[in-house]
Design a protein around this ligand. Structure first.
Ligand SMILES: [Zn+2]
Length: 635
């Protein structure tokens, strides 16, 4: 039963896409949205349980609270100020971010509100210093055309991005503030009955629409997908943090199987009379005093308690697998880990892990179990242990309902893992520090007028206009250096070339610009390359003023600050006059070398080597060789 019929199980998927906008400022302050690994400041906070305006405690917040963690923030003054630290109220909304969000809403035919209200959304994992994220509903409704299909748009929001997670340890979480407050749009699509491969298509289409604006950030982490998944109208599960499209397909596949598996488990549970209450929890620390299990021994050294939970008629149900690797035992293992508790064992997997037959017998006897009853053993410290046990009891009670509504995280290998219960409805409340923001009819009109052509037609236009090969045109369009390259194409000298020469030069320059990506992968700081310098250099390259073999070197020099733009340069192709002068100087400087004194081919070879060390790639080697031979023979 490993193949799954998605239609039959009623798979529904709703995508929520978060896309960072390419602005010069953050959403509510003047800090630049740049990411860096250098942090000059560190401060710590402990998590407060956030109370919403309604006075209700958010269940998700309560859950995080039980994990009682210390949170460290790392900051750099270039990318964060007092606003990010929550020590100063937010400034005015960034105008560009507003403009881009209106444009995106218009592209999706979403109805823009004439007044935007800033709301606070409770954040419970510490990813915002203030305990909330600011979000604004910009527009509602709309349509995304995906092939022949229409996918409804629920809403477009403008939001501030969260702090970047650096590491998540047992008792501490570390965040950096450079990403906090970066503007992003959140686009929520209607849930659609679908297949995993179609969801990928939807995500690709929406991604293309966003990129067509040329006003969104690119690269890893700049776009994230949350996916709401349900089967057979059961509980909706939100999967967070899907960064790659291939992963998206895998995750929906996995989650469809997991959810349908849980429904099959529930059907079976309904035929048994399962009971579990707090009365079924028994302290068995004494019984396990002599147990060989490493986990149990470790727990005992820490003075942790060991408890057993009795579940009547549950034998075989922890290990029952309607699909491979989908079973209640695994669900409970994940749940418990989130309380920072490592060890939980269930009756279907014992004896094992150093817990032997006699340990099992003692537990069964102590709990007065019959053959069809099941049990769990869990080790941990109070009060964590009690919270964990409460949530296990609830999870088993809920198992007869099928799929619990919860938030899960995407894993690297395409599965999902329990993150927390779904937040309650009382998560949003108004931001009191910022008055409402109006959207004028003029702004709406401007957004409509600026709707760009589709990504595909923009690729084609670039390809046709400059006679680029199609794949290269696509890559160039995606490159941050597109504008610099087009600058070269527009220069008079370039346009005076013959058609064939211009075509050759255009493809050559474009490929060089695209190749700059490899510098980024090396970790070089490409922000030191400004557009004007780049078009000048690319122009010189096309005009044979710079040897093409020297291109890489010139860039490295520029990035490391060695070379001033426009200065006479060892990177440039020397004129014949210059070349003669350079060679004469080399001969002068090296007259005393034995090979040079000897004269003939030995001298030529030595001098050639000295020249090449400095000027390799700038001049044709044969020309240098001939000139040197002439000069040496004249000596
Ligand atoms: Zn700031």
């Amino acid at each position: 039963m490993s193949e799954i019929d998605f239609e039959k199980i009623g798979l529904k998927v709703g995508l929520e896409i978060h896309q960072q906008l390419n602005t010069n400022k953050k959403l509510f302050c003047k800090c630049r949205p740049i990411e860096s690994d250098e942090y000059t400041e560190k401060f710590s906070r402990s998590l407060r349980t956030a109370k919403s305006e309604l006075g209700k405690l958010d269940p998700a917040a309560l859950f995080e609270k039980t994990k009682s963690k210390k949170i460290n923030y790392y900051a750099n003054s270039q990318s964060s100020c007092l606003v990010e630290k929550d020590e100063e109220p937010p400034h005015d909304l960034d105008h560009d971010a507003k403009k881009i969000s209106l444009l995106i809403s218009s592209m999706l035919e979403s109805k823009i509100f004439s007044e935007i209200h800033v709301m606070r959304k409770t954040v419970i994992d510490g990813s915002n210093t203030s305990g909330f994220q600011r979000t604004m509903l910009v527009s509602q409704g709309g349509n995304l055309k995906v092939g022949e299909k229409n996918v409804g748009v629920q809403a477009v929001c403008l939001e501030e991005d969260a702090a970047k997670l650096l590491s998540n340890e047992q008792n501490e979480t570390n965040y950096s503030l450079d990403r906090l407050g970066v503007p992003l749009v959140e686009i929520a699509l209607d849930p659609v009955s679908t297949k995993p491969s179609e969801v990928k298509e939807i995500a690709l289409t929406l991604g293309g629409l966003l990129r067509a604006t040329r006003m969104v950030k690119r690269g890893i982490g700049s776009i994230r997908q949350d996916v709401n998944i349900s089967v057979m109208n059961s509980g909706v599960v939100e999967v967070k943090g899907v960064q790659q499209l291939d992963q998206l397909e895998k995750i929906i596949n996995y989650e469809a199987k997991r959810q349908h598996g849980l429904i099959l488990i529930a059907e079976k549970l309904k035929t048994l009379s399962i009971t579990i209450t707090k009365e079924d929890v028994v302290d068995v620390t004494e019984i396990f005093k002599a147990c060989d299990s490493k986990i149990i021994q470790k727990a005992q050294k820490l003075n942790a308690k060991i408890k057993a939970i009795r579940i009547r008629n549950f034998s075989g149900m922890f290990g029952f697998e309607p699909y491979p690797e989908i079973r209640l035992g695994k669900e409970i293992g994940q749940l418990v880990r989130f309380f920072g508790i490592g060890g939980v064992f269930h009756s279907d997997e014992l004896p094992n892990y150093g817990i032997n037959d006699s340990d099992v017998d003692k537990v069964r006897k102590h709990l007065e179990l019959a053959g069809e009853d099941g049990f769990l053993i869990i080790a941990g410290e109070d009060p964590k242990l009690d919270y964990a046990i409460d949530s296990i009891i609830k999870r088993i009670q809920d198992a007869t309902d099928g799929v619990p509504a919860e938030t899960r995280a995407a894993t690297q290998d395409g599965e999902t893992i329990f993150l927390r219960p779904r937040p309650g409805a009382s998560r949003m409340y108004p931001e009191t520090d910022i008055p409402s923001i109006s959207v004028t009819p003029q702004e709406m009109k401007l957004a409509m007028e600026n709707i760009p052509p589709s990504l595909e037609s923009q690729y084609q236009e670039l390809e046709k206009k400059y006679h680029l090969n199609p794949e290269l045109a696509k890559q160039l369009w995606d490159s941050p250096y597109l504008d610099s390259v087009i600058d070269v194409f527009r220069q008079d000298w370039f346009n005076m070339k013959s058609f064939e020469d211009a075509k050759k030069a255009a493809n050559f320059i474009a490929s060089k610009a695209v190749s700059l990506k490899s510098f980024e992968r090396e970790g070089l700081d490409l922000s030191k390359i400004d557009g004007a310098w780049l078009s000048k250099t690319l122009g010189d390259l096309a005009d044979h003023k710079i040897a093409k073999e020297r291109f890489e070197q010139i860039f490295r020099a520029k990035i490391s600050g060695e070379e001033e733009p426009g200065s006479p340069s060892k990177f440039r192709v020397p004129s014949e006059d210059e070349l003669n002068k350079i060679l004469d100087k080399i001969i002068q400087d090296n007259m005393d070398l034995p090979e040079v004194k000897e004269g003939g081919e030995h001298a030529v070879k030595k001098l050639m080597g000295i020249f090449m060390k400095e000027y390799r790639g700038t001049v044709d080697g044969k020309l240098v060789h001939d000139l040197l031979r002439k000069k040496v023979s004249e000596l």
